[in-house]
Each structure stands twice: as structure tokens, then as C-alpha cells.
Design a protein around this ligand. Structure first.
Ligand SMILES: [Zn+2]
Length: 232
């Protein structure tokens, strides 16, 4: 390992072999202590008789029937300070049988990945990145949903965020204030009544967050939802 020294060297000490070994031993002991008897998510973990779950309802303009997504969680190390929830399985139900085959395949694959353990969050980005060649649709609030698969990804995302496994992108206070100011400025300039969802109706789709919230102000396109800004 190379290390660049940018400050003046005012003293030095050579770490003896014994000291180094002692340090490594101490580290290992710590690992053993923490790792002792701790449950982790893995394939061989037996499914308990009862699991707690959450059901999300999804309504798309593509079908008259809603889709119900149920995610059941496994509680690991219950009652200890290391207690954590991990998503264990997913079921999707609908009266609409049109997508039955691939939806079933998808839920089985997602459940299998979760049961293997590891970080369950990467699936969200994979699903949200699926675009329907027939085109997506807009949700309430001007959010563009590129496909039904992406919508399932969003439901999983909100579940993982609620569990605290996935961190949301929190906007800084001053950035929020700046966007509020921009929004008011825009409304005053165009004398628009703000849309029910909160973004001006002239707003265009933001390339970063997929919400119809990007406005042109003073030669810059600014997204009122995520703050993405490009000046041209
Ligand atoms: Zn945006």
C-alpha cells in the first residue's frame, strides 16, 4: 500500500511484529464476538410458520384491475440489539391474468434472490430500469413510470425504505428552500394555477427523476422535484 505524505514528518515509530500481531488478534476477537450466534439471511434458513407482510396496491392506466404486491419479511435476531428485518418473499395478485406467467416467474426469482441473503436493494434499480417498448404512463404527481416492471420496483423500493434498509435521497434544507423560491417565481411569472400534484402544468419531464417537474427559468432547466439543473 502506498501512502502519500503531505505533511512534514516530525517523528516516527516502527511497529514491531508483536504489536502488529496483537492488533490483528484483537480485531479478529472483535469479529468473533460480534459474529457469534448472529442469524444472517441465507438459503438454508427455515421459513417460520408465520411471517409479517405488507401489501401495496398498484393501479395502472394499462389495466382496469389493480395489482396487489405483498412482501413478507423475516425478522432476524428477534429481541436482541441486532434485530433486523429482511424481505423474504414477494407475491403479486390481480384479477387481470394477462401478465400471469411472467409476473409469477418474476416473483419467484425475486424471492429466491432475497432468500440467498446479501443486499436486497440492487434489485430495485434493475427493475426500475425496465422500459416497456409500448411506452410507459404517468402516475399521480407527474411521475413517469416506464413499465409495469418499474412500478413493481418502486413498490419494493418504498418497502425497503420503510424498513430502513434502503436510504432515501434527502434533499438539503437550503436546496428545498431554493426550489420553493423557484417554484413561486415561476408561478408568479406565468400566473399559473399550480396543478393539483404541485408542479406547474408547463413543466417537462426531468431526465434524472422521471417526474414532470422540470421548468425553464433564466435560461436554466431546473427540476422542482429533485433539483437537477442544466443551464444552456
Ligand atoms: Zn428531477
Amino acid at each position: 500500500m502506498t501512502q502519500k505524505i503531505t505533511k512534514k514528518i516530525v517523528g516516527y515509530k516502527v511497529v514491531s511484529k508483536e504489536e502488529q500481531d496483537a492488533r490483528i488478534d484483537a480485531q479478529n476477537e472483535q469479529f468473533v464476538e460480534i459474529g457469534q450466534d448472529l442469524e444472517e439471511m441465507h438459503e438454508a434458513l427455515k421459513r417460520p410458520e408465520v411471517l409479517f407482510g405488507t401489501t401495496y396496491k398498484i393501479k395502472t392506466p394499462q389495466s382496469e384491475h389493480a395489482l396487489y404486491i405483498t412482501i413478507n419479511d423475516m425478522v432476524l435476531n428477534a429481541g436482541t440489539e441486532f434485530e433486523e428485518r429482511h424481505p423474504y418473499e414477494i407475491f403479486i395478485n390481480s384479477k387481470n391474468m394477462e401478465h400471469f406467467q411472467w409476473v409469477l416467474a418474476l416473483t419467484r426469482l425475486i424471492s429466491a434472490v432475497w432468500r440467498k441473503g446479501g443486499d436486497p436493494c440492487f434489485l430495485v434499480d434493475e427493475l426500475k430500469g425496465v422500459f416497456d417498448p409500448k411506452g410507459g404512463y404517468f402516475k399521480k404527481g407527474g411521475v413517469y413510470m416506464p413499465s409495469l416492471v418499474a412500478e413493481i420496483g418502486c413498490a419494493i423500493e418504498s418497502h425497503l425504505k420503510r424498513m430502513g434498509i434502503m436510504k432515501g435521497h434527502e434533499m438539503e434544507h437550503h436546496q428545498k428552500a431554493f426550489l420553493d423560491m423557484k417554484r413561486q417565481e415561476f408561478a408568479a411569472k406565468h400566473q399559473t394555477v399550480e396543478a393539483a400534484e404541485g408542479f406547474p402544468e408547463q413543466a417537462s419531464l426531468c431526465v434524472k427523476c422521471n417526474v414532470k417537474a422540470a421548468i425553464m427559468m433564466d435560461g436554466c432547466i431546473t427540476c422542482l422535484n429533485c433539483g437537477e439543473s442544466k443551464c444552456g
